[in-house]
Design a protein around this ligand. Structure first.
Ligand code: ADP
Length: 504
């Protein structure tokens, strides 16, 4: 412990406001910084209880704390974890931080207190908190907007796709057919954007729960081959998918989506040469790498390419193929599945994007049965009777027109109740097509169950859903029930109907 006089002299030079008080809380000394901070002359404070420097409402409590401290003097910050307030001569209050240390005058134990005005720091902290809350709120609002917008846009888009399919039946004139082709392309483009937006918002909102399984990488690679061989060939690119026996432990659908985005980019941005998918295994992780011989990405852009809507070298407001969402989806999937994403790129030489995935344990390797995709059946006007349950009038009418154009007999219902009444009147209905979400919280699952209770358990059914919720994923598709997601394309709907009706 230092002597009182020495301490006094030092404190006069200290940059902080300092006071020394005795055991009864009387101020024995205040340096010049105290005057500057509180607006009192030292003589106005010296000899006064230190509580004079505190807002009145806090004084009693302070006296209690002070007495406690006097019993066990040691160096420490005061009121750690609390927000301390001080009072200026002019009555204004300000936040402070105070540290205490014991000082000795003869036998008398005294306390030195350093007082620091932390208004600025508190203000910055508050501003940061407010900015963060605002950003969180904006982000949440954005996700909700994306989810709602993309979900609600699905209905009219579905109707458009079906109407396009219907018109194809009736339009013969070459100019009309060409307009329909262009319309179909526009619908497909819109549908892709919508799916991407919906993916982003679902991944962001946490609505997607990964469904982890052991999967052979070869299965993912087969999917890539089916989806991209044609596209690569049409650009004159070599698509080299190297075979592998590696197995990973991950969510097959989400992982496939991330991989497809990488391969799709590689093909999109590469003008000549090749796109290679290479698989390696190391330290319990499988590394899937998509390499291309494309233009590469300048180093200063690399940190941003995973951001939403970021595109290299595209000015805002201009449009080009893609929306700058592909990689942000990869990034979100990676976060969800605990994958490591890396990118290496050399401008002019090409890029390599890689995903590192936990490897499957060799012991639980078992190949799940793959479902056979029905071959596209020829269009046949079968006069089977179908029941269509859909609460959106636009989609209902478009689907009805489309199916009638294909020579099906179609009865429609807008609700589950109406569906049951129609089933009652039409015992010859062979197949029910139902939307999943119906009014009054009823679902297509309820409708199908009720319909089967009436017309027999082998009644064919198609459940159409805009949802990928686990409840639906868990639905068992028996030979007589198929689940498909919106927007369904007309040909796919026909194939489903034909295969269900053909099944025994
Ligand atoms: P986009 O829809 O524009 O492809 P992405 O999020 O998938 O959006 O990619 C962001 C940007 O990163 C792209 O606009 C492109 O400039 C760049 N990029 C992504 N993959 C490649 C690649 N394989 N080769 C060159 N550039 C790429």
């Amino acid at each position: 412990m230092l002597s009182f006089d020495l301490v006094r002299n030092i404190l006069e030079l200290a940059p902080d406001a300092m006071v020394i008080i005795d055991g009864s809380g009387t101020v024995l000394f205040a340096n010049r910084q105290v005057s500057a901070l509180f607006g009192y002359e030292p003589v106005e404070i010296v000899g006064q209880p230190v509580e004079k420097l505190l807002p009145e409402r806090l004084r009693d409590r302070h006296i209690g704390h002070r007495n406690q401290y006097a019993r066990a003097v040691r160096v420490r910050p005061m009121g750690s974890g609390l927000d301390l307030l001080a009072l200026r001569k002019d009555g204004s209050e300000f936040p402070v931080e105070i540290s205490l240390s014991p000082v000795q005058r003869g036998d008398e134990p005294l306390t030195a207190a350093a007082i620091r005005d932390v208004s600025d720091r508190k203000r910055v902290e508050r501003e940061m908190r407010e900015a963060r809350t605002a950003a969180d709120r904006a982000n949440l609002g954005k996700s909700r907007f994306l989810a709602t917008a993309s979900h609600d846009l699905r209905q009219p888009l579905q109707a458009l796709a079906l109407l396009n399919g219907t018109l194809r039946r009736y339009v013969e004139h070459p100019d009309g057919r060409e307009a329909l082709d262009l319309q179909e392309q526009a619908i497909a483009t819109m549908s892709r954007l919508l799916n991407a937006l919906l993916d982003v918002s679902k991944l962001e909102s946490g609505a997607i729960r990964p469904d982890i399984a052991d999967i052979p990488v070869s299965r993912l690679l087969d999917e890539l081959r089916v989806e991209f061989a044609g596209l690569a060939a049409s650009k004159g690119l070599q698509l080299l998918i190297e075979p592998t026996t590696a197995r990973v432990r991950s969510d097959p659908a989400l992982l496939a989506q991330a991989l497809k985005n990488l391969v799709s980019n590689a093909i999109k941005y590469t003008a000549t040469g090749s796109v290679t998918v290479h698989t390696g295994e190391q330290h319990g992780r499988v590394r899937l790498e998509v390499r291309d011989t494309g233009p590469g990405i300048p180093e200063d852009h690399l940190p941003f390419i995973f951001d939403e809507f970021y595109q290299v070298g595209v000015a805002a407001n201009t449009q080009r193929d893609g929306y700058g969402l592909g990689l942000s989806i990869v990034q979100r999937v990676a976060r969800l599945l605990d994958l490591r994403v890396a990118v290496q790129s050399q401008p002019g030489r090409g890029s390599a994007f890689s995903l590192e995935i936990p490897a499957a344990h060799p012991a639980d390797a078992e190949e799940p049965a793959t479902t056979q995709r029905p071959e596209r059946a020829p269009r046949a006007g079968a006069s089977h009777h179908l029941l269509l349950v859909e609460d959106d009038p636009g989609v209902r009418n478009a689907t009805r027109m489309f199916l009638r154009g294909e020579a099906y007999r179609v009865t429609t219902a807008a609700s589950s109740e109406e569906a049951l009444a129609r089933l009652e009147e039409n015992p010859d209905i062979r197949l029910v097509i139902s939307d999943y979400h119906l009014e009054d919280d009823r679902t297509g699952v309820d409708v199908i169950a009720a319909a089967r209770a009436r017309l027999g358990s082998d009644l064919r059914a198609i459940l159409v859903t805009g949802d990928t919720s686990p409840a639906i994923a868990a639905l068992q598709c028996d030979g007589h029930l198929q689940v498909t997601s919106k927007p369904i394309d007309p040909d796919q709907l026909l194939r489903l109907i034909q295969s269900l009706l053909a099944a025994t």
